[in-house]
Write a protein that binds this ligand. Sequence first.
Ligand SMILES: [Fe+2]
Length: 427
Amino acid sequence: MTNISGKTGNESRPGAGSHTPAPSDADDLRRQAEERLSDSEKQKSLWSEGGDQSPAKDTARLVHELQVHQIELEMQNEELRKARAAADALLAQYTDLYDFAPTGYLTLDREGTIRQVNLTGALLLGVERSRLVNRRFGLFVAESDRRAFSEFVEKVFASEGEKRGGDWTFDAGGNGKESCEVTLSRDGSPPFVVRIEGTRSTDGQECRAVVLDITERKRAEDGLKRSFQSLQDSLTGTIQAMASVVGFRDPYTAGHQRQVAELAQAIASEMRLPTHQAEGLRMAAAIHDLGKIAVPAEILSKPMKLSKLEFELIKVHPQAAYNILKSIAFPWPIARIILEHHEKMDGSGYPQGLKGDAILLESRIIAVADVVEAMASHRPYRSALGIGAALEEIEKNKGLLYDADVVSACLALFREKMFCFEKNPDA
Ligand SMILES: [Fe+2]
């Protein structure tokens, strides 16, 4: 585009190129400036009402050019002012977001020294922000947690980084992201617990840390833990009380339950059962013959072989125990474990004739521990058959009557790990 001086807009402007609008923008700016000047000259022309006051032609062109430049500069200045105002507004917004975020933000170097901190972080540490920079964050960490904090910083910087296309990437092992929970101390206030989540900066040189006060959450968690522990203690007490009831009536059964629980727990450990499941198994085993309180005492202590009818009466005990326990909300299926502890893998057990995996694993473990303890121990109607005969029985019927994995674990305990019952080491 050619202007009235015969030059293009870019050529005619002093300093064109230092602030370099795109050619189309520059042309547009020039056009707008000339329009404004044209309007202004029209006004002057109206005011002078036709008087012949024009200077020489060249001088007039020069004055015209200067006026156009002046208007262009004013317009550029206005644009810059607007851009600056927008940038200032964004900066204020970012600063507000950074400083008054609900969490503390800190930038730490490899030594754990504070390089930057937002206002929330300074408030959390109880020190004026300007006095925090260049101080070691670890100085605020309780002595007992300083090792954990040092390890946290080390881990953030630990994984190997690799520069790809200008950006740092980190191996899948750490990704430069770590977290820790430590206690901080602050002058004049009680200690408080924070969670720190650290992310390594993209150049791998700094740790961007988010610090969140979790004191209240920890208190609530501790309260829940105490409640849970209290509930566990109550359940253990309830189980012990039930076992005692059995003991008062039938000392043989009480001792049998204790030793079955001991062996069942060892089998669970050998089979690497999850802790919670093993705990439920131990509880169930400790009262697995609770239902025998429904069986006449004379039958339980009869010093001779039981008749068919008497044995049928004994067989009600799993169902009797189930009926007693079914309404108690244990965190484990205690009632069902006990109901199924006389079931056999081939379906020949009682009371339901369940087969294989239809029987709870905990019940299959008690079944093996039950027969081993019973055969190894003295009974009113017979002397002890011995642990050798007991192991022979489960080995012979491994996978037929008894769960194969449970039998393997039980045999390994006695033959390789020298398991023996605590109160009956000769068994
Ligand atoms: Fe039983």
